[in-house]
Design a protein around this ligand. Structure first.
Ligand code: CA
Length: 236
């Protein structure tokens, strides 16, 4: 798997076993501002970082594309655009039944692909302000502002990425690997200690005891916070 593109655009996973096709898709999507991950097998696709849109080629070397679609859909509200060759109409219908959002028949042009991607993104990322609110915490992904009890807290970009990831789905345990991928890079091979350093700084700045909870051996999540706490607190 590789990641290309640095813009704060939507994340697209290209599942395609033909390296040439994958490369041209990645190039076109990255140029359009998307962050693109690739997977060349169904197995890779199922362990790829969370994406907003999955472009799923049905003719994969290992797992049946319809099965990949079913499992991706079961995992969450990702938009799935199925890519099929002519003659795979029954598979196409099956994937739509399994929750695929749209399909493209090869060969297709980049302009058509981008239009389909924009259309499904409007569904999964509706326009308008989305602010995550959780107890005293509010996180605005659009402006990248964080407040505790209404008082803005200044965070570094990585601290923001971490709290955004946790606040997007409060209560869910987010693994260390997922946080590293979100805030650093999909291919972070460095020490994971760096994450603890940022989480410690984040906790200090948020100043709410128990808000960012460590789930031992699994990761982090937002903990239950009884009542709004003061926005600042002296150092431990
Ligand atoms: Ca293929």
């Amino acid at each position: 798997m590789e990641t290309i593109g640095t813009e704060a655009g939507a994340r697209i996973l290209v599942v395609e076993d033909d390296a040439g096709i994958a490369q041209s898709l990645v190039r076109g999507l990255a140029r359009a501002g998307y962050v693109v991950d690739t997977a060349s097998t169904g197995a890779d696709a199922l362990v790829a970082p969370p994406a907003d849109v999955v472009l799923l080629d049905l003719g994969l070397p290992d797992v049946d594309g319809v099965e990949v679609c079913r499992r991706l859909r079961r995992r969450g509200d990702v938009a799935i655009i199925v890519v099929t060759a002519r003659g795979e109409e029954s598979d196409r219908v099956a994937t739509l039944d399994e929750g695929a959002d749209d399909y493209l028949v090869k060969p297709f042009g980049l302009a058509e692909l981008l239009a389909r991607v924009r259309a499904v993104l409007r569904r999964v990322r509706p326009a308008g302000p989305v602010t995550y609110a959780y107890g005293p915490l509010s996180v605005d992904p659009r402006t990248r502002r964080v407040a505790v009890s209404g008082v803005e807290v200044m965070l570094t970009p990585k601290e923001f990425d971490i709290i955004e990831c946790l606040a997007a789905d409060p209560g869910r345990v987010v693994s260390r690997q997922e946080l590293l991928e979100r805030a650093w890079d999909a291919n972070w091979y460095g020490p994971t200690k760096v994450l603890d350093v940022h989480v410690a700084a984040l906790r200090r700045k948020l100043g709410v005891e128990g808000l960012v909870e460590t789930v031992y051996g699994r990761g982090f999540r937002l903990g239950r916070v009884a009542s709004p706490a003061p926005p600042t607190r002296s150092e431990d």
